[in-house]
Design a protein around this ligand. Sequence first.
Ligand code: C2E
Ligand code: MG
Ligand code: MG
Length: 416
Amino acid sequence: NRSDDKKIAVCVIDLDHFKDINDTMGHQAGDFLLTAIGKRLREYVSPDLYVARSGEDEFSVFGVFNQDDDIDEMVVLPLQQAMSESFDVKGQHLTMRISLGVSHFPKDGAEASVLLKNADIALNKAKNQGRGIVYHYSSDLQDDITGRFQLISALRQAIQKDELELFYQPQFSLTKGEANICGAEALIRWFRFDEETQEKVFVSPADFIPLAEESGLIIPIGEWVLETACRQAVVWCQEDHMTIPVAGNISALQFQHPNFVNMVKAALEKTGIDPRYLELELTESVFAGDIEKSISVLQELKELGITLAIDDFGTGYSCLSYLSKFPIDRLKIDQSFIRNALTDSNDASITSTIVTLGHALNLKVIAEGVETLEHQKFLVEQGCDEVQGFRYSRPVPEADFITFIDTYTGELDYFQ
Ligand code: C2E
Ligand code: MG
Ligand code: MG
């Protein structure tokens, strides 16, 4: 219907983390839930709208509206209300969250296929923004996609073009009034050469690591990171600078790759690093899905002789009953807790609880994001073992790191 006083809205709906339900409760429960959700959506939206299941865990709703109808009020709100009550599956109350993408005829396209595609683009944006969110399509999103696409293809060439580099940030142990360097975290840096301006532009890992994961490029990049970091630690030792462990960050996709353990093994062999001097930092999200499988991979890694740390601890979904089964060595308290520990009593309690928990499990506890003396004093009071942060050093290029460790005397005013 192309009459001027009418418009059409197409809304695609994605169930956030539906896969987790299938993985943890089985497909039968998943199917049961999908049926219940379909019925619930139907109940909540107006009867003259169409509701369809358009993908494995995707529904769509569409209908014809008057020009001045408010789509948020007539479609989006009822859909969100439909999800506000939990679902009963196998005696468990499950709360589902949805992400929504909306496109409008005639503004966003003249054909059904284009409207659906654009609603999907809006949905993807909503999911990338952290889920539970609604996005209406606009042509900016198209630019967004083009930008991402270009960034991915530039990243693909970054290794060959030598645009990637590792920076190092020292870690310190705080024992008995001393602050010794006890390790270094390797953090990737991308200085992208911009053809237009002929200048190097810094791209933050927070921006490109997600793209590297999405495109699978994290596999070759991760391999490069690990080898480079190991080779570096060997050099520090051989050149008599300092013998300290180097820590590399591992993303979920890498950890779940079937060849991951072999890749780590190859990096050890190629570089000749003593495995005790390699640490892998894994976030809790790495273990999502099959926990038993994760434990067996962790065990294989431990058998190589390396150490393991959980990064950003406290921000993911921690399955405490499994934590004691993980063969890990360190917990890294997430920097968000340290940042607010002095002003927010909840963050202070979380920090001290993580220290207690870690010690009860015989793990070392390190705080990241330590920026001030006050942070440090607080952490010493809590019995935190180790610290890392801008107070001591930012992540720096390898040459600067060597200067840092060569000139470090431990005489910073640690306990004034
Ligand atoms: P992360 O592993 O938790 O690293 C800590 C981040 O905090 C780093 O950001 C570091 O520069 C920053 N930082 C350190 N001390 C302080 C401080 O005192 N205050 C504040 N505000 N920040 C501090 P960066 O280098 O931008 O890295 C961000 C994230 O990107 C990392 O978080 C890690 O998840 C990821 N990443 C970095 N390098 C790699 C890599 O080689 N592989 C993978 N898979 N991920 C990486
Ligand atoms: Mg880290
Ligand atoms: Mg961290």
